[in-house]
Design a protein around this ligand. Structure first.
Ligand code: TYD
Ligand code: MG
Length: 453
C-alpha cells in the first residue's frame, strides 16, 4: 500500500494536497501540518466481509421517533419542536455577549426549580460570576443546580456518568481539553475530541448535554463549524448587540423541524419571548417620514413585518458611502444600480444608508422592493403611505419577481391593519378582505403605484 499525505490547517480544518505557509481558507499563517493518509488499491483486494441486512423505508416510516421532553422554558421547547431528547448533544452557538450563558442559566434554573439535578460546567466564567447571574435571574438558587469547575473532557464525561444529572451544560466547549491530546484548549483537535468524548458519554448514559460554542463575527473560530456534524442539534442565538432583539433558531435538528424561531428581548430578567413579533417590530415606527417602508419577511414558518429605513445624503469627496445594516451590502449596491438604470431613481452619487429596523437580519431577496421604495422615498423626500406594505424580489432587469408564501405574507400584513400591499405579478390572489393587493410587474410600476416614481 502506498502512502500519501494530506495537509490540514489546525485552525479551520481545511485540507490541502500540498503544504503551504498560509492557509488559503482561513488566512492563518503556519497552521498547516502534515497528516498521514493511507490509500491503496482497494479494487483489487478480495472482500471478506459478510453482507449487512437491508430494510424497507415503508417500515421505518412507522418507527417511533425520539421523545422530545419539555424543559418548561416555553420558547426553548418551541424552537426545539417539543424539548430535549435523552442522550442527545446540542450545540448552542452565537457571538460572545449575545446571551448564550443567560439563556442556559434560564434553562438550568427552570429545570432545577422543577427539582431536576443540573450540572453546569464552568469554563468561560468563574462559578462566582455564574452564581451572580443566577441570583439576578431568580430569588433563590435551587439546591439541585450544581457546577463543576473542571475542564478536562474525560473527567467531565466520567462525572456525568456517575452523577447522572438530568441535563449537563458545558460553557463553553472552547475551554475544554483532553489530557491525552496535544494542543491547547480551543484548537480544532481539542474541541472536536472533547465534544466527541461528551457525545459518547451522552449516548451511553442517555442524558442530554448542551455545549456552548462561541462564534466570532467572521465565523472564523475553532468550534461551531467543526462541530456541526458531530452534534444532534445546533441552536443559534443571533441578533445585533446594539439592539435588544435576539432570534433563537435551530440550524440543525435531528429530531424535528428547523422551521420554528423565537424572537426574544434581552431584559433585566434575562431573555423574554415576544408574543406578537410584527407589532413589536413596528412599534417604534416613525410615521410620515420619508425613507421608510414596511415589508414582510418569512423566518422559518413565521411571517414577520419589518420596517426598512433609508437615508440618502449628498456625498462628500471620493466614493459615496453605502452602508447597510441587516441587509447585504452587495445587494444594496445592486439595487442602487437597478434603481438608477431601470427606474430612473438615481442615488448613485449619494451617500446611502439602509437599515432593517430592530437589528433584524433581513438578508432575504423578498425585502428588495422595500429597500428600493425606502431609497426612492428618501431621495424624493416623499413619505410613503403608512397603511401600505410591499414585498418582492427585484431582478437586474428591474423586473419584480415572485417570492415564496405570498398568502402568509398578505395575511400578516392585513392582520397588522395595513390596507394596501404592492406585490409581484400573480401574487395578489390570496389577499384577505380589507387588504387591497396591487400587482406590479417591475420596479418602475411599483414605484408609480407607491407615488414615488
Ligand atoms: P451573556 O449571556 O453572558 O452572553 P454570552 O454567554 O453569549 O457571551 O450575556 C449577554 C449580555 O446580556 C451581557 O452584556 C449582560 C446582559 N444581560 C442582561 O441584559 N440581562 C440579564 O438578565 C442578564 C443575565 C444579562
Ligand atoms: Mg457566556
Amino acid at each position: 500500500m502506498s502512502k500519501t499525505y494530506l495537509y490540514t490547517c489546525s485552525k479551520c480544518d481545511a485540507q490541502f494536497p500540498k503544504w503551504a505557509g498560509r492557509c488559503t481558507a482561513c488566512g492563518g499563517w503556519g497552521t498547516i501540518a502534515k497528516e498521514e493518509e493511507t490509500a491503496g488499491d482497494f479494487s483489487a483486494a478480495k472482500n471478506t466481509r459478510p453482507a449487512a441486512a437491508i430494510k424497507s423505508f415503508a417500515q421505518s416510516a412507522n418507527e417511533k421517533g425520539a421523545e422530545l421532553k419539555p424543559t418548561g422554558l416555553a420558547f426553548f421547547d418551541f424552537v426545539l419542536g417539543g424539548g430535549l431528547v435523552d442522550g442527545s448533544i446540542t450545540l448552542a452557538a452565537g457571538e460572545p455577549g449575545i446571551g448564550k450563558s443567560t439563556l442556559l442559566a434560564q434553562l438550568a434554573l427552570q429545570l432545577a426549580s422543577q427539582g431536576e439535578k443540573i450540572l453546569y460546567v464552568t469554563g468561560e466564567e468563574s462559578p462566582a460570576q455564574i452564581s451572580r447571574r443566577l441570583s439576578r435571574l431568580t430569588g433563590q438558587i435551587p439546591q439541585s443546580l450544581h457546577f463543576l469547575d473542571y475542564l478536562e473532557a474525560a473527567t467531565i464525561a466520567a462525572t456525568l456518568e456517575k452523577e447522572r444529572p438530568y441535563l449537563t451544560i458545558v460553557d463553553s466547549i472552547q475551554c475544554l481539553r483532553l489530557d491525552e491530546l496535544p494542543g491547547e484548549a480551543g484548537s480544532v483537535n481539542q474541541v472536536k475530541a472533547s465534544a466527541a468524548t461528551l457525545a459518547g458519554s451522552a449516548k451511553r448514559s442517555g442524558l442530554p448535554v448542551i455545549l456552548v460554542g462561541q462564534v466570532t463575527k467572521d465565523g472564523d473560530v475553532a468550534g461551531p463549524r467543526v462541530l456541526e456534524h458531530l452534534v444532534d442539534t445546533v441552536l443559534f442565538l443571533e441578533g445585533d448587540q446594539t439592539h435588544r432583539y435576539r432570534l433563537l433558531r435551530a440550524l440543525k435538528h435531528r429530531f424535528g423541524t428547523t422551521d420554528e424561531i423565537a424572537l426574544l428581548i434581552m431584559t433585566g430578567n434575562g431573555l423574554e419571548p415576544v408574543e406578537d413579533v410584527s407589532s413589536e417590530l413596528l412599534r417604534d415606527r416613525t410615521g410620515g417620514v420619508s425613507g421608510s417602508s414596511v415589508t414582510c419577511l418569512i423566518e422559518g414558518r413565521r411571517s414577520i413585518l419589518l420596517e426598512i429605513q433609508a437615508l440618502v445624503s449628498p456625498a462628500g469627496y471620493g466614493t459615496p458611502v453605502r452602508r447597510a445594516t441587516g441587509i447585504d451590502n452587495a445587494r444594496l449596491g445592486m439595487l442602487l444600480a437597478v434603481l438608477a438604470r431601470r427606474a430612473g431613481v438615481n442615488a448613485l452619487d449619494k451617500d446611502v444608508y439602509v437599515n432593517a429596523a430592530g437589528g433584524i437580519d433581513a438578508r432575504d431577496p423578498s425585502v428588495d422592493l422595500a429597500i428600493c421604495a425606502s431609497i426612492a422615498g428618501a431621495l424624493n423626500n416623499t413619505p410613503l403611505d403608512p397603511q401600505t406594505a410591499v414585498f418582492g424580489e427585484v431582478g437586474l432587469g428591474g423586473e419584480l419577481r415572485p417570492v415564496s408564501l405570498p398568502e402568509l405574507r398578505l395575511k400578516e400584513i392585513a392582520r397588522l391593519g395595513f390596507n394596501t400591499a404592492v406585490v409581484p405579478k400573480g401574487q395578489s390572489k390570496a389577499s384577505p378582505t380589507g387588504l387591497r393587493a396591487m400587482e406590479a410587474s417591475n420596479l418602475q410600476e411599483a414605484l408609480k403605484i407607491l407615488k414615488l416614481g
